[in-house]
Design a protein around this ligand. Sequence first.
Ligand code: DAH
Length: 345
Amino acid sequence: MNLIAELEGLVDKLKTQLAQAVSLPDLEELRVSFVGRKGALAGLMNKLKDLAPQERPAFGQKANEIKQILSDLLEKRLEELKAQKEAADLVTFDATLPGRQPWRGSLHPITQVIEEICAIYEKLGYDVVGGPEVETDFYNFEALNFPHDHPARDMQDTLYVNEGIVMRTHTSPVEVRTMLASKKPPVAVVIPGKVYRRDSDITHTPMFHQIEGLIVGKNLNLCDLRGTLAYMCRSLFGKTVNVRFRPSFFPFTEPSAEVDISCIMCNGKGHIDGQPCRVCKTTGWLEILGCGMTDPNVYAFSGFDRECTGFAFGLGVERVAMLKYGIGDLRLFFENDLRFLQQFS
Ligand code: DAH
């Protein structure tokens, strides 16, 4: 049989079979069986060596021609099948389906509580200010009237950066900075920020947030302090919340007090449906901040007249947020688990 005729026969054979190839895998199968390394064309070309030397050039040339024709036919069919597939995909694409909702970021609950508390005080005419987190012993302790042997200076609580340099253990040093900068009263500021302590367990983290408040003016007294803080507590936790003051001690205030609010879980009853309230441990009260009338020594350290009057307070933001949102575990604020955070968006 004439090898050239066999070569030419491949073209018709491929044409017939291409007409039946309806998918991309079908087509690939044909490509392999015709022009693949072990395909029909390769099989014929192997016979080149059986030909008489003078017949070989003509055969070789013909084989190349046929190979080109086969490849073109396969290529053309490939384009057709691809176009068909695209058209079919378009038919099943439904442009009216709702899109996937992108997740919108939101403020961290701690930031939300900070903003809420600052807004309460801004309404009362206070300014919001900040100060450094790395602080000197002078601002963090000395100017706040901490005696040199006061236990709060102990390495136990304080993270020291250097001799005389600390990570601030509270926001109170910014009170002194504010007074030194303003030179004379009146002053009314709230100071939100991060504070640091050598403390780490389920209820303490080495970094947490506080909000400090300071007002200095004329004839300010304990009633003003009580009224201001009661107003804040009711704005935060609801109008029916009761507030009580317990005598306490801070080096920078005299007199000093701690403020409790009636428990927001059991409404101050200590029990819920006969069961002991776990949040207030049956006392009916929750401690929420420390405060007092600023000690004249602090005014003196801050360049103010000892005769000024005013008060200050400091609260823990995480604690307020836990009470406000009923969160039982402090660590949730620091893990940044989106399933937790998305509940505050
Ligand atoms: N600085 C105190 C602390 O970190 C909180 C505090 C108590 C701040 C009484 C005050 C205050 O301004 O008057 O524990």
